[in-house]
Design a protein around this ligand. Structure first.
Ligand code: D41
Length: 671
């Protein structure tokens, strides 16, 4: 390539990278995947190495981050905040190790300190006499933004160091990030309030930290993890990276629980693999592993290249966000009839898995993200979460790309599709007529956390329903060996195994059974709470909404769902059939019942109490082992009556049931 051509290419790469930098760092609205961005940067770097005369100091390869935004005060970093070099494979790691061994002229193994690379924002925390006096973003590495008031709201950042050897001055560097659970909750909240939904935890952390109102930052689930000491006065600096981190920890600052000392580059490779395997089960996002030469003397000998230390490297994981195109959008019918738009994708590898479908959540999300069929999109797969379409790349859009449209009738059963008021979801009105809804109900019933029917996976359920062998859960236990053996790819041995598994699953527990019914919004935890509260299925079936909301975890919406579920005669029939087939569970003995003073009693609370809400009074009684019911019967031990009690006291009098006033209630409960 001649220099003239190279110059053109370099210029265009720099322009494009600069734009992506602004989109990502300043606007928190990335337009391309990280992988694509890395490719651009690499390409530019290669050209600049090949044509060093074309390298300029304003090239994006020569700076570490984005410009300082104007809204916060600028602060100078006394010690520059360096960036990290990346390695993308084993060979690059070996080259890194060899480079260091050569530089240091050692022929024994080098020792490293390793930790996950958190996907958040680098910040500097300055402690003087043990007090947090300043927090700053990295900015361009020389100066950043003063974000002290915001960082003070992060609970994992100590405002005061602990221990009896608090140094005169300590500057730590670390990462502010948002754990996945908090990220998902934040996005749910944002969606409900028609506010901006964040594309990933990194952007959510950045957006939260860059708030001018610290109250907003405080409401965001941010957290902090230290990874380096930049300055330490008045205390001896330990000789290794690892010991420095232990010292930091001793001051009360969080460090990674996964930090480890490794005695060779081979062990680094094992550590990388271990974390790669753990990645999907971690509660926060990581995009790689950082390896640092453990010996500080050795670190100092090796120095820096441009603005990254030679002694550290980030081995990156495969990208979790990649680009592909939407071939079509189809609508999937779920257990509750909700129609979910699903993008059929040109298959693409994301984080080591080939993905050909990604959820678009619902029509509101499609509109908000402005997604069209044919679009080039960014697809993201993180943890165990279903892959999703994050955004469309607008520059590739053609005029004839069409918006996906919600069908008027169910794609499976052709029943009418309606949108309930106040809900984002559109639903098929077919109920149990709809094969899709029936299939999903059976899949849930068979699943591991429900009845745990070994061998009855999603594919087999589909086959059984499609072949007309089962219509509902009720039919499962009357399947025969003959029927099962007639299925494609089902040998007699596997058919028998399935029958055995079905038989085995009949010995279950009440919480599992309640969960497996698939009542809307009744998950495992709620099913367990219901089972423990009522102890008998019949009591759950007969409970009214007022009683149900006394159960932990159950609010008015869930209570209404439960009542509605048991009101459907089809559901009662299914329950009856499976119990007739032999499904059973051991009786529940509530641990908290044992030897409690009010064990075996049932109270009804009515009217307005002076010192408690009815809910609080119920909690007090339940803690003492009593049951609390909403209706008075002969079995009621007593009615607790506040002011304006109404008909329940009349009924109690009629049935000769004791009525207690608030004073008697206090005496009974010892309050
Ligand atoms: O978890 C991280 N993101 C992380 C970032 C880490 N664990 N260690 C890091 N170490 C450094 C050096 C070696 C320069 C002290 C880093 C970063 N730097 C870093 N983060 C952003 C730019 C540089």
């Amino acid at each position: 390539m001649v220099s003239e051509q190279a110059l053109q290419q370099i210029k265009s790469l720099r322009d494009e990278i600069n734009q992506h930098n602004i989109d990502y760092h300043v606007l928190d609205a990335p337009q391309v995947s990280d992988q694509y961005y890395d490719q651009l940067l690499r390409k530019l770097h290669e050209l600049e190495v090949e044509f060093p005369e074309l390298l300029t100091s304003d090239s994006p390869t020569q700076r570490v981050g984005a410009e300082v935004s104007e809204q916060f005060e600028s602060v100078q970093h006394e010690v520059p905040m360096l960036s990290l070099d990346n390695a993308f494979d084993e060979d690059e790691m070996l080259a890194f190790n060899k480079r260091l061994s050569d530089l240091l002229a050692v022929d024994t193994s080098l020792q490293y300190s390793a930790e996950p690379k958190l996907d958040g924002l680098a910040v500097s925390l300055l402690y003087v006499q043990g007090k947090l006096v300043r927090a700053a973003t990295r900015g361009d590495g020389r100066s950043g933004e003063n974000i002290t008031t915001n960082v003070r709201t992060i609970k994992s950042v100590p405002l005061k160091l602990i221990g009896d050897k608090v140094p005169e001055l300590l500057e730590v560097r670390g990462e502010v990030y948002m754990p996945l659970k908090g990220f998902n909750q934040l996005n749910d909240r944002q969606r409900q309030n028609d506010q901006k939904v964040f594309a990933n935890p990194r952007n959510a952390a950045a957006g939260s930290l860059r708030q001018l109102d610290p109250k907003i930052t405080a409401s965001r689930p941010l957290t902090f993890c230290s990874y380096a000491i930049a300055q330490l006065n008045g205390e001896v600096l330990p000789a290794t990276q690892y010991e420095q981190m232990l010292l930091v920890k001793s001051f009360g600052l969080p460090i990674s629980p996964y930090i480890k000392q490794l005695s060779s580059i081979e062990n680094c490779s094992d550590y990388y693999q271990e974390l790669a395997d753990k990645r999907d089960s971690l509660s926060f996002e990581i995009d790689g592993v950082v390896f640092k030469l453990n010996d500080i003397k050795q670190q100092n000998k090796t120095g820096f290249v441009s603005r990254a230390p030679r002694w550290a490297i980030a081995r990156k994981f495969p990208a979790q966000e990649v680009m592909t195109t939407i071939l079509d959008v189809e609508f999937q019918v779920g257990r509750t009839g909700a129609l979910t738009p699903v993008a059929r994708l040109d298959p693409v590898e994301v984080g080591g898995v080939v993905v050909s479908n990604a959820t678009l959540h619902n029509m509101d999300e499609i509109n908000r993200k402005d997604i069209r069929i044919g679009d080039t999109v960014i697809v993201r797969r993180a943890g165990d979460v279903i892959p999703e379409v994050v955004s469309a790349v607008l520059k590739d859009r053609k005029a004839d790309f069409k918006k996906p449209e919600m069908p008027a009738t169910c794609p499976v059963c052709e029943s009418e599709v309606i949108q309930q008021e106040g809900q984002a979801a559109y639903r098929c009105t077919g109920g149990l007529v709809c094969a899709a809804q029936r299939k999903e109900a059976i899949k849930l019933f068979a699943s591991r956390k429900a009845m745990d029917i070994d061998g009855l996976g999603d594919k087999l359920v589909e086959q059984l329903v499609d072949q007309g062998l089962i219509n509902s859960i009720a039919d499962l236990f009357s399947l025969t060996l003959e029927q099962l053996s007639s299925l494609d790819r089902m040998a007699e041995k596997s058919a028998q195994n399935l029958l055995d598994a079905l038989e085995h699953s009949k010995q279950t527990t009440l919480p599992r059974f309640i969960y497996s019914l698939g009542i809307r919004e009744v998950g495992e935890a709620t099913a367990l709470a219901l089972a423990n509260y009522f102890t008998e299925l019949e009591a759950v079936e007969n409970a009214d909404e007022e009683t149900l909301i006394l159960v932990d975890d159950v609010g008015p919406v869930v209570a209404a769902n439960i009542v509605h579920f048991f009101d459907q005669s089809e559901n009662e029939q299914v329950i009856e059939t499976v119990i007739k087939a032999g499904l059973q569970w051991p009786p529940i003995e509530r641990i908290e019942d044992i030897d409690l003073p009010l064990k075996g009693t049932t109270y009804v609370i009515t009217g307005t109490l002076e010192n408690y809400s009815r809910q609080q009074a119920a909690e007090i009684l339940k803690k003492l082992g009593a049951k609390v019911s909403s209706s008075v019967s002969k079995k009621t031990t007593a009615v607790v009556a506040g002011a304006k009690p109404g008909s329940k006291v009349d009924k109690a009098n009629k049935l000769n049931v004791t009525v207690l006033d608030e004073k008697a209630f206090d005496e009974l409960t010892g309050n």
